[in-house]
Structure formats: structure tokens, C-alpha cells
Design a protein around this ligand. Structure first.
Ligand SMILES: *Cc1c(COP(=O)(O)O)cnc(C)c1O
Length: 238
């Protein structure tokens, strides 16, 4: 598949415009929502095109794929940041911590233990988001607030000094039913409000929610970071 640099840059502009417009409609500052460009299944040249368009934050699902793509990108663009957004197996944490700035898909306490272990070896701090299961279809994410509380207490007790909690992430169900999608985002926001109140020692301001098909609804419901792949890079060829 050939990648058109001008097409990717134009798409990026359109997405940024739609983000700004959604912010205005929601009465929010247009700079209050960050864009994470999801480059999974797209090659390094597509990432390079996106960078030419002014994009510096990327998301990848799979550590192995990201590890093949991003070291070269970082060499040319040291300011680029990578977030891991896909379900993370424990044996991939070592490489994830090497290349990523943030792991958005933290869905269990054991993963935090492993991130701490690997990050401490590298003497690197790593940001995390707690992925929360808010929709019927998605399989990943913490199942309830009590489990997240337990993880936050674990970190608060000094057990993971290299792990920096930054907020929450969710995936809405894949459905045409906009009310269900919205409900999923509202659930994340409300859980965040509760946990910020209980854990003022952490800066849990990030709400990563919204993808190509639903980011405008997510912005209306308080998203601070949208993760957009298809609307920037086109359909993925699996
Ligand atoms: C693939 C993916 C995205 C981007 O999805 P698009 O519909 O292509 O915008 C966002 N978040 C996660 C967790 C993903 O796996």
C-alpha cells in the first residue's frame, strides 16, 4: 500500500479541526484535548509523514511492532513520544518500558509490579493510565473501581516509585448506538472524579477516550486525549 504524505497531512489537519470544533461546541478550550495518532499496522513512512504535519505523539498496540518501527523514528525526531495502548503481556513489559513514555493500557496490578521492575532497571520513570472496562464488548480493563483503588494504594504505599499514574483510559463498545458509547465515556469520567477525590496525592488529570468513530462524543464528555488511527492514516490492512 502506498502512503501519500499530503493525504496524511490533510487528514491530520481535518482531525485537528474536528477536535477544535468539538471543543467549541462543548464550551471547552480548544487546546484541552491532545491527539494521539495511532499508527498500528502503518509503516514508519506513514509516521514520518504525520510528523511532517506537526504530530509528535503516537500510539501503538503491539510492543513488537512498535519496537520495529519507532527506534528509527526516535533517532530522527528525539521529541516524538510513544504511548502503548494495547493489551500488554507481562513478558513484553521490558521492551515496552524501553520505547514508551506512557503505558495507557494498564489493566491489572501484576502489570504495575512488572513495569516497576523493568523501569527501575532502566532508572526510567514511566507514566501509566488505568484502563477501565466500561463497555460490554471490550475485554480489557479493570473491572471495577475497587480494583483500581487497590492499584492506586499499592503505588501510594511506595511500592512502585518509577510508575507515575496520570489518569484513565477506556474504549467504548463498537456499536452504532451513540447513547451506549456516551454512557461508556460518562462512566470513565465519573470514576475519575471519584478517584481524584480519594487520591489527591496523584495528578490523575488525563482521560484518554475517543477513537476515529467516536472522538467528538468523547470530547463532549470530557476527554483530554483522543486516540485516532483510521481518520489519519486510512483503513488498516490486517
Ligand atoms: C486501534 C486503536 C485506536 C484507534 O482506532 P481508530 O478507530 O482507527 O481511530 C484507539 N485506541 C485503541 C486502544 C486502539 O486499539
Amino acid at each position: 500500500m502506498a502512503y501519500s504524505e499530503s493525504k496524511i497531512i490533510a487528514n491530520l489537519k481535518t482531525v485537528s479541526q474536528r477536535i477544535s470544533e468539538a471543543c467549541v461546541r462543548a464550551g471547552r478550550n480548544a487546546h484541552s484535548v491532545k491527539l494521539c495518532a495511532v499508527s498500528k499496522f502503518h509503516p514508519g513512512e506513514a509516521v514520518e509523514a504525520c510528523i511532517k504535519g506537526g504530530q509528535f505523539l503516537f500510539g501503538e498496540n503491539r510492543v513488537q511492532e512498535a519496537g520495529g518501527k519507532f527506534p528509527a523514528v526516535f533517532e530522527n525526531h528525539p521529541d516524538v513520544k510513544l504511548h502503548i495502548i494495547g493489551q500488554l503481556q507481562t513478558n513484553k513489559v521490558k521492551n515496552a518500558v524501553k520505547i514508551a513514555d506512557t503505558i495507557q493500557s494498564v489493566d491489572r496490578l501484576d502489570l504495575i509490579r512488572e513495569i516497576e521492575k523493568q523501569a527501575s532497571k532502566l532508572e526510567k520513570k514511566i507514566n501509566i493510565l488505568f484502563e477501565i472496562h466500561t463497555g460490554e464488548e471490550s475485554k480489557s480493563g479493570f473491572e471495577n473501581i475497587e480494583a483500581v483503588r487497590k492499584a492506586l494504594n499499592f503505588i501510594s504505599d511506595g511500592n512502585a516509585p518509577h510508575v507515575v499514574p496520570k489518569g484513565f483510559m477506556t474504549m467504548a463498545p463498537f456499536t452504532e448506538d451513540k447513547a451506549l458509547v456516551r454512557k461508556s465515556f460518562v462512566t470513565l469520567r465519573e470514576m475519575a472524579v471519584e478517584l481524584r477525590r480519594e487520591f489527591p496525592q496523584f495528578d490523575l488529570c488525563e482521560l484518554s477516550m475517543g477513537m476515529s468513530g467516536d472522538f467528538e462524543i468523547a470530547i463532549e464528555e470530557g476527554s483530554t486525549m483522543v486516540r485516532v488511527g483510521t481518520a489519519i492514516f486510512g483503513e488498516r490492512q490486517y
